[in-house]
Design a protein around this ligand. Structure first.
Ligand SMILES: [Zn+2]
Length: 343
C-alpha cells in the first residue's frame, strides 16, 4: 500500500475487524453495482470511498429531476446534461477516488444480457427498482456461486439481505412467487423518503464490505426497518435456507431461461415506459438525423433524446432500447416507438 493510501484508509484499517488485510482484500475486489439510482448510488459511493479496487456500474436510465431528492451521485447539472446514469455516476466517483477502476455500463439487465453484464465479479449489489432484474441477479448469482446483497426501500421502510448461494436463503427462498405487476407498492404509488434509501444503501455497502473481507457474523439474517415508526428488527432466515428452493438447490432458472418474459414496463419513479430493443444495437447518428426532422434533438455517444410530441420525449439508447417519457401507457409508448423508429 502506498503512503498516500495508508493515510487515506487509516481510519478504516484501524477498525480491527477490517484491518490492513481487509483493506487489501477490498483493493483486489471486483464488484458489480446493479442500478445507479437511490440505493446503487449510495452503495457505489461508499464502496468507491472505501477503496474497492474495481467497480462496474450498470444502469439503463438517465437522471431526472424527481431523482434528485435521493440519488446522491447526481446534481442539477447531470439532469441538464442528459448523460446516462452509469456514465454520470462514474464521472462523480472518479473525482472521489481516482485510484480505483470504474466501468460504466449503459444497459438493461435482461434474460439475454444478465450473464454477461454480471460476469467476472466477486460480488453483486442490488440497486434495482424492479423484481424482474432482482430475480435475474439471483439466478446469475446462484448459477455462478457469486455472493450478492439484496436491498429494497419504499416509503420509509427498507430491508437488506446478504445472500451466499448454497449457504443462505436466496431471493426465491424468501419470495417463492414474484408479485404480479401492480400488486406491490412502488416508489410511484407509495412514494419514498430519501433517508430510507440512504439507510438501505449504507447497510448494503456494509454487508458488501463484510462479504469481501469474509466477516460472516450476521450472515443469514435480514434487516427490516421503518424509519417513520422507528422500528428495527432482524429476521432469521435459517429455516428458509434449510429447505432451499428450486433455484438454489436444483439449478432452476426460470427468469434467465426466458420463461418469465419481461414486457414494456413503466419505470419506477418516472412518468415513463421502457420499450425493449427490437433487434440489438442501432446507429445512433442515423436516429438523431431522423428525429431532428421531428423536433429538438440532444445526442451524445450513448443516447439520443428528442421532443417528438407535446409533452412526450423519446430517448433512444445505443443498445436499441427506447424510453418514452410523458406517458405511463405501454400501448402508447409502443406506438410512439413504432411511429418514430419504425420498430
Ligand atoms: Zn433459494
Amino acid at each position: 500500500m502506498s503512503a498516500f493510501d495508508a493515510d487515506r484508509y487509516s481510519r478504516q484499517t484501524r477498525y480491527a475487524p477490517l484491518g490492513v488485510a481487509g483493506q487489501e482484500r477490498l483493493a483486489g475486489a471486483r464488484v458489480a453495482v446493479a442500478g445507479c439510482g437511490a440505493l446503487g448510488g449510495v452503495v457505489a459511493m461508499a464502496l468507491a470511498r472505501a477503496g474497492v479496487g474495481h467497480l462496474r456500474l450498470i444502469d439503463r436510465d438517465v437522471p431526472e429531476p424527481s431523482n434528485l431528492p435521493r440519488q446522491v451521485l447526481f446534481d442539477e447539472g447531470d439532469v441538464a446534461a442528459g448523460l446516462p446514469k452509469a456514465v454520470a455516476s462514474a464521472n462523480t466517483l472518479a473525482r472521489i477516488n481516482s485510484a480505483i477502476r470504474i466501468e460504466a455500463v449503459v444497459a438493461d439487465i435482461t434474460p439475454t444480457s444478465a450473464m454477461d453484464l454480471l460476469a467476472g465479479v466477486d460480488l453483486i449489489v442490488d440497486g434495482m427498482d424492479n423484481f424482474e432484474a432482482r430475480f435475474l441477479i439471483n439466478e446469475v448469482a446462484c448459477r455462478r456461486s457469486i455472493p450478492w446483497v439484496h436491498g429494497g426501500a419504499i416509503g420509509a421502510e427498507g430491508r437488506v439481505l446478504a445472500i451466499v448461494p448454497g449457504r443462505t436463503a436466496c431471493l426465491r427462498c424468501l419470495i417463492p412467487e414474484p408479485p404480479a405487476a401492480g400488486a406491490v407498492p412502488t416508489c410511484d404509488t407509495a412514494g419514498i423518503i430519501g433517508p430510507a434509501a440512504l439507510v438501505v444503501g449504507a447497510v448494503e455497502a456494509a454487508e458488501a464490505v463484510k462479504l469481501l473481507v469474509c466477516a460472516e457474523e450476521t450472515l443469514g439474517r435480514m434487516l427490516v426497518f421503518d424509519l417513520w415508526t422507528g422500528t428495527w428488527r432482524t429476521v432469521d432466515l435459517a429455516p428458509l435456507a434449510a429447505g432451499g428452493c428450486p433455484t438454489c438447490r436444483q439449478a432452476d432458472h426460470p427468469w434467465l431461461d426466458g420463461r418469465m418474459v419481461g414486457r414494456a414496463a413503466p419505470l419506477c419513479g418516472r412518468d415513463a415506459v421502457q420499450v425493449p430493443s427490437a433487434g440489438g444495437p442501432i446507429d445512433l447518428a442515423a436516429v438523431a438525423e431522423r428525429l431532428a426532422r421531428v423536433g429538438p434533438v440532444a445526442a451524445n455517444r450513448w443516447i439520443v433524446r428528442a421532443d417528438v410530441e407535446q409533452g412526450i420525449q423519446l430517448s433512444v439508447f445505443a443498445d436499441g432500447r427506447a424510453i418514452v417519457s410523458g406517458t405511463r401507457e405501454e400501448a402508447r409508448a409502443r406506438a410512439i416507438v413504432a411511429r418514430y423508429l419504425g420498430a
